[in-house]
Write a protein of this length. Sequence first.
Length: 280
Amino acid sequence: MHTTDFLDKPLSIGEVAELTSLTPRAIRYYHEIGLVPEPDRNGTSNRAYRMGEITRLLWVQRMTAAGLSLEAVREAANASDDQQVQTLLTELDRVLAAKEEGLRQQRAVIARLREFGTTTGLFTPEVAAAHKAAGLEVPSKDKQELMLLLEATLGTGFALDIVRAEAFLESRPGLKAEDLRLNTLFEELADVHVDDVRVERYAQEMAAHRAAVEAAEEAAGVRPPEPDFSEADKRGITLGAQAMRTATVQPSPAQTRAMERYVELMMADYFEEKGHTGAE
């Protein structure tokens, strides 16, 4: 092969495609949209590519590989100075950084799901880690849904307080046993009349149990502070309560009444305590 074989011998579109790893279809498209000038044709009416067209194709290829859209590549090609190109690249870098952060967050969620499972792994990292560290059982589907809703409406801090409260309860066998007994009693209320004596009994015993748990937490120095809800929090609580009312399984009238009475008793104790504190 002699050097004269290469003199003034333009490349065909197939040869350019082979050289650049672009497809003939892509090359033709760049011509159609005006991104790369179409070369002159040779005596057989085929496109004859010379150095200028080939390097322009390579330039477009590198720019699109960097992530620039074809429109951005066109702007860069038409830029009057390098500063305009630098501005385009800076914006591209910002967009890619945002995508990179999005991917990082996605991978973090995947890692959390792999570490904690698809139940607690759906919680925020702090709640999932606290749940695992406390050695708590994998929550039921209903409990998982409730925790997710609480995180969304009241925030991670509130959900963490619930996890810590459950962990504390696990460390007090007597309180834990009473908690399980009351849960069983509540389930029994699903099939009773709203005026059944067990409704009031549950409310009274649940209020007493809650007071005993709070006293034990206070004595152990792990009692969480009283929440101070903002207007945004109140709105979240309202929406959360509305969402809970759309659940497929709803409490029976007796269970609903029992919970209402429990809340009434707890609020009465709360205001009584506040009244005593104010009087002092």
